[in-house]
Design a binder for this molecule. Sequence first.
Ligand SMILES: Cc1ncc(COP(=O)(O)O)c(C=O)c1O
Length: 396
Amino acid sequence: MPFQPPDVLLLGPGPSPTSPAVQRAQSLPLLGHLDPAFTPLLDEVQARLRAAFGTMNAFTLPLAGTGTAGMEAAVANLVARGDRVVVGVHGVFGQRFAEAVRRRAGDVVVVAAEFGQAVDPEAFAHAVAAGPTKLCAVVHAETSTGVATDLAPFSAVARSANALFAVDCVTSLGGLVLDLDRLGVDAAFSGTQKCLSAPPGLAPVTFSSRALARSHANPDPVPFYFDTKLLTGYFGPDRAYHYTAPISMLYALAAALDELEAEGLVARERRHRTVAAALRAGLAPLGLQPLVPAAMALPMLTTVRYPDGVDDKAFRACLRHRHGIEVGGGLGPLAGKVFRVGLMGHGARMPNVLRALGAFGDALVAAGRSVDIPAALAAAARVGESTVVSSAATKP
Ligand SMILES: Cc1ncc(COP(=O)(O)O)c(C=O)c1O
């Protein structure tokens, strides 16, 4: 018997739910990765990724591998042994970025902030000014905490030091309007399983011409798989074999990007913001509080503190087994203290907000708390409806 997955609503930090169109695309018959009927799809996907990233970079492509492969590709190409690299760390993925540089024998300088806070651009500027810096790196959407990074001040710091600027956009791509060229971002990478709502397994990456030049001039050998010239050989007009492209995932990504284009990035960001605001409004009647103040919170990932005495494992097990809902646990110092709710891509919808709040209320009752579920649902619905009405009213 083929594996039959149970029906689970994915409201964690990723993967997010895929739409029926994306699922259908993924199940289509294979073509060869060099077949002339297949390769035009590569051009289409690359063009749509450029639009989603807000870039004209020629080198913009879906690398095989998850988001971490995108991070490794950026680090492997842009860092050589001994290069000074300043990394903003305010969560697990900033730590991972710093570790990737360390493993490439880079000279890592970490500018840290507490989990749940933003990295201070002034502290970052001081660190960059303290030595000849080759690369500045930050995480745009820190999924381990739910904090957003305002990229502009970090970009300005990188520019003034004549350093390259690399950004982890794993959780922001497809959920926020990105404008990487205007912001002066030299390298960015993402994953397909978050706000793009495609299956995990591809890492969209984009490099500016400055980043490409650095990669070509890197004195250390770049791993074969991540070699920008070899990747361009396949994704560019030559169609030269580099590796066997993951055909089915590319079908699925193309379908997901079709949906993104049909909706439009501005509307998509608005949808993510609406459901996040509705979720936050519904937390208080349940006695729950978000970890991150609204002004610096991500719309696609909300981190919620546990009230005293509520056990993380029991709470999430109740959601999963009684309600068929997956949410994420806390990572690092937040383990056991918070849970993480992802409303990403196809999952960012009001019915999912209401279903989640009802399930949170039930799991809290099971933990012995008294909560007002109808008030939570009403508060969320009010915000969801008023935002939909006011954004419809302000449409040109
Ligand atoms: C911000 C961020 N960066 C990097 C990663 C790593 O991506 P992956 O798990 O797809 O390798 C994740 C995954 O959750 C992430 O959220």
